[in-house]
Design a protein around this ligand. Structure first.
Ligand SMILES: C=C(O[C@@H]1C=C(C(=O)O)C=C[C@H]1O)C(=O)O
Length: 350
């Protein structure tokens, strides 16, 4: 026992040393992050990360650490340094920004995010008593704000955009909806009338600690300068510019399909009659990973997830492929099964 205790003390010393090194690494990453912030550059540099991961794998091979563990450790320290860099305030030219729907989960995230960057944030909300920022009406925002962010549910966004359209405001206007088809027409009309409008989709939820390393789609609905103006507001994130009409076909896969897979997985578990405790006790590697994702998805905002399934007209085709693939899996012959599995592997390789 005394021998084990002594060995564990040695491990404890090493563990503290590792944390000390990660802390030192973070401090250097922070300096790199400050340079990036000053230059309005993205935090994540995938080509550098590839080199870093290889460095861990190579050093691991020498030190007797498996490639798998070296890769996981590399990922953990890189993710940590990305978050450190994401917390560095980015000094943009301060703007008067009104977040419509500023009491919602993403509305709150955006308000705090913009306020943290030195912007003067106000909100237009249904319940002013719960607001964390000065409250104004949409009409007032149209008169006084320099940026109006529409962060409402899909069902109310069109009416809000119509009110903004009617005001002919000169403010930069964008929504952050997960589904763009319901607002594509009005956004196009607003741009056609000369308004400063685009459409943004942060590809993350309100639990994201920063924008660093996270994708932000900035979609063009006919006013390219608005795209650039909005991109600056999200500087540090990984900005992806695209024409508005390209958003929903892709979102049907990166949101609709991936939610559907997880929702169906959870539903199948509910129908199984087994308890979570029982299946977790016999879990396989794949089951454990799948449960981690599906469990997280099951706790998300149901109204939003419903809209993502129902309001994106491209979703039916994406989820249809899933339904077909699952039903065919039950009858495929061995040869075809193997071919399809190989085709899947090849798709990821390409
Ligand atoms: C530290 C940097 O920023 C990020 C973090 C990296 C890391 O922790 O090694 C590598 C590349 C970037 O994605 C950098 O650019 O060097």
């Amino acid at each position: 026992m005394a021998e084990l205790d002594a060995l564990r003390m040695q491990l404890a010393d090493i563990d503290r040393g590792i944390m000390e090194l990660v802390g030192k690494r973070n401090a250097i990453a922070k300096i790199i992050g400050e340079r990036k912030a000053a230059a309005h550059e993205e935090v994540v540099v995938p080509s550098v990360e590839t080199v870093v991961v290889k460095r861990y794998v190579d050093a691991g091979a020498t030190a007797g650490v498996s490639a798998a563990a070296a890769t996981r450790i590399a990922r953990a320290v890189i993710d940590e340094s990305v978050e450190v860099q994401g917390q560095i305030p980015r000094h943009a030219e301060p703007k008067k920004i009104c977040v419509v729907g500023g009491n919602g989960a993403m509305g709150r995230w955006l308000s705090a995010f913009f306020a943290g960057r030195g912007h003067a944030v106000s909100v237009a909300v249904l319940d002013p008593a719960n607001a964390k920022y000065p409250v104004m009406t949409v009409a007032e925002a149209c008169n006084t704000a320099e940026v109006i962010v529409v962060s409402t549910p899909v069902t109310t966004a069109t009416a809000v955009l119509a009110e903004i359209f009617a005001s002919k405001t000169s403010a930069l206007v964008f929504d952050i909806l997960s589904v763009k088809s319901p607002v594509a027409e009005i956004l196009g009309n607003m741009a056609g009338a000369g308004m400063n409008v685009c459409s943004v989709h942060p590809m993350f939820g309100p639990s994201a600690p920063s924008v660093a390393g996270r994708n932000v789609v900035v979609a063009d609905c006919g006013c390219p300068p608005a795209v650039e103006e909005a991109a600056v507001l999200f500087s540090g994130g990984t900005i992806l510019r695209m024409p508005l009409e390209e958003h929903d076909p892709a979102a049907a896969y990166v949101l609709g399909l991936s939610h559907a897979v997880n929702l169906a997985f959870s539903e199948a578990l509910v129908r199984s009659g087994f308890s979570a405790e029982m299946l977790n006790a016999v879990s396989s590697t794949t089951f454990r990973k799948q449960v981690a994702v599906s469990r997280e998805v099951s706790g998300e905002n149901a109204a939003l997830y419903y809209a993502i399934q129902r309001e994106n007209p491209y979703n039916d085709a994406a989820v249809g492929h899933l339904a077909d693939a699952v039903s065919e899996l039950r009858t495929l012959g061995k040869e075809e099964f193997c071919e399809r599995m190989a085709a899947g592997a090849a798709w990821y390789q390409a």
